[in-house]
Design a protein around this ligand. Structure first.
Ligand code: XUL
Length: 531
């Protein structure tokens, strides 16, 4: 059994990378912080952005063995960096939400996994479906409509589960699998989320799904934290038998599998705590798990979320209610065109991130001289667009793609306006926004957020909030640490990089918000918007 060490490992299996943070809960030290980007490090999977190219932009799958191989790579590199994994007293983590992994057999042979063979080769025979649909998949509109109709409409799905039937959510994805590959569905013994799959691999046994991630399936009854019979029945036959009962987020789902003890030097018996979704984990990692703080996460997707004492659903149908791993609930709105849209602009205009910040801070002004972009380069979740919708509106140079600085400001202004518009249902007065994710280091992006929200924007000292959330959750569940103590030690604001709003921009963004809303509503209504 692990000693009295207070070191905890948090993992984040996200869309583009797997990352790890090791903390010492006693000293407040971040002992290690390391990541493996799939595109660069595992090119054999043909997934430069973490997912497989598909001729249909609505279909987005990843190879789950890529996530497994990344785990081997990451743990090996931590060890090479001198991180003593035998001192890790508990592990937890997070996965990109909604993505699902299909197993024909459970993990019962994990005790015989050989440390001499790659993990992926030993996990591969378990799969009953070679690829995993992930959160970017938008191909299940028909299944969403069928599920909603079967239970009595979207309002009923929302009342039961906290969200309407949504394309990327796991239930509609499972239904599509059952419809299109009934034999493979039939031989599937277990369905996991990315989070519970990664926890299962580490523990070498099947781990339950927590309410933070489970609520992103259109299958979990929010009130009781159990699978909803009505939603199971509406989704696919025999589904109850393929899902393990959900578990509270603080559950120890097993002890680390012998493979990891032998290969990486973990102590035998190291507990693995249930994993959760990356956003619920980030809520913890941002120190925002108690109500009163609103977080913007700028990742592959952008999200805005906050803890909620009581569940409050979004009347427009975009927002979700998930379980809060620290207890209670959280609200979340997700925007698919996050960093991929920002990267599209840097790529098209040959900009570096420094150029991008300079364009916003010194070369353009709030309101962008009347130039506006609808930056939906891929199908969008919020607003709901089942196909790309890109519009360049404004000056001739801007529309002709000859205004790089204007384009940089335009994508960020549109993203911030969309967040403000669609997060209103959360109902918090926002005077401070905590920011996390790769783009939260970009001062230009923070400036626009501050002005659009008329709020103070505060990054935290540790950027990798999802992995940090995993480590903090392990410390709370296994080490008995209290949340407030953990938050004050690990979630300190980086005040030197905080950005205050320019009050003079308030009216500019009030007006622009109205125009943006009109354009977005028109794009949603139009079935012929082209990318
Ligand atoms: C949330 C969502 C995304 C993924 C990204 O609902 O779909 O934020 O969790 O990893």
């Amino acid at each position: 059994m692990a000693s009295a060490s207070q070191r905890f490992l948090g993992l984040d299996s996200s869309t583009q990378s797997l990352s790890a943070i090791v903390i010492d809960a006693q000293t407040g030290e971040v002992v290690a912080n390391h990541g493996v980007a799939y595109g660069a490090r595992l090119p054999a999977y043909g997934s430069p952005h973490g997912f497989l190219p598909n001729p249909d932009p609505r279909v987005v799958h990843s190879d789950p063995l890529m996530w497994v191989e990344a785990l081997d790579l990451l743990l090996g590199e931590l060890r090479e960096q001198g991180v003593d994994l035998s001192r890790v007293a508990g592990i937890s983590g997070a996965g990109q939400q909604h993505g699902s992994v299909y197993l024909g057999k459970s993990f019962d042979k994990a005790g015989t996994w050989s440390a001499a063979r790659p993990l992926r080769d030993q996990v591969a025979p378990l799969l009953s479906r070679r690829t995993s649909p992930i959160w970017m998949d938008a191909s299940t509109s028909a299944e969403c409509a069928e599920i909603a109709a079967a239970v009595g409409g979207d309002a009923r799905v929302t009342a039961l589960s906290g969200s309407r039937a949504i394309e990327r959510f796991t239930g509609p994805q499972i239904r599509k699998f059952w419809k299109q590959q009934p034999a493979d569905y039939e031989r599937t013994a277990e369905i996991h989320l990315v989070s519970s799959f990664m926890a299962s691999v580490l523990a070498g046994r099947s781990a339950g799904i927590d309410p933070g991630d489970g609520a992103g399936m259109d299958l979990l009854e929010l009130g009781t934290g159990t699978w909803s019979q009505a939603l199971l029945d509406a989704t696919a036959p025999g589904l109850a038998g393929k899902l393990r009962p959900p578990v509270p987020a603080s559950t120890v789902v097993g002890e680390i599998a012998p493979y990891f003890v032998e290969k990486y030097g973990f102590s035998p018996g190291t507990p693995v705590v249930a994993f959760t979704g990356d956003n619920p984990s980030s809520l913890v990692g941002m120190g925002a798990a108690l109500p009163g703080k609103v977080v913007v996460s700028l990742g592959t997707s952008d999200t805005i979320f906050a803890a909620m004492a009581a569940p409050r659903v979004d009347p427009r149908g975009y927002g979700h209610v998930f379980g809060n791993p620290a207890g209670g609930f959280m609200a979340l709105v997700c925007f698919a065109n996050g960093s991929l849209a920002r990267e599209e602009i840097t790529r098209r205009f040959g900009l570096t991130w420094d150029d991008f910040a300079r364009a916003i801070l010194t070369q353009t002004k709030p309101g962008n001289g009347g130039n506006m972009l609808l930056p939906f380069f891929a199908p969008e979740i919020t607003p709901r667009l089942t196909r790309p919708a890109v519009q360049w509106l404004g000056s001739d140079a801007f529309v002709a793609g000859k205004d790089a600085a204007g384009a940089a400001r335009a994508v960020v202004e549109a993203q911030a306006l969309s967040m403000r518009l669609h997060a209103a249902f959360i109902g918090e007065t926002i005077d401070t926004l905590l920011v996390t994710g790769g783009a939260s280091r970009n001062p230009g992006i923070l400036r626009v957020l501050a002005d659009v929200f008329q709020a103070r924007i505060v990054p935290l000292a540790v950027a990798n909030s999802s992995a940090l959330g995993g480590a903090l959750r392990a410390a709370a569940a296994v080490g008995g640490a209290d949340w407030q103590g953990l938050f004050s030690r690990f979630c300190a604001p980086d005040v030197a990089h905080a950005v205050d709003p320019d009050l003079a921009t308030q009216s500019v963004y009030a007006e622009l918000g109205r125009e943006f809303e009109g354009r977005v509503d028109a794009a949603v209504a139009s079935t012929f918007v082209k990318g």
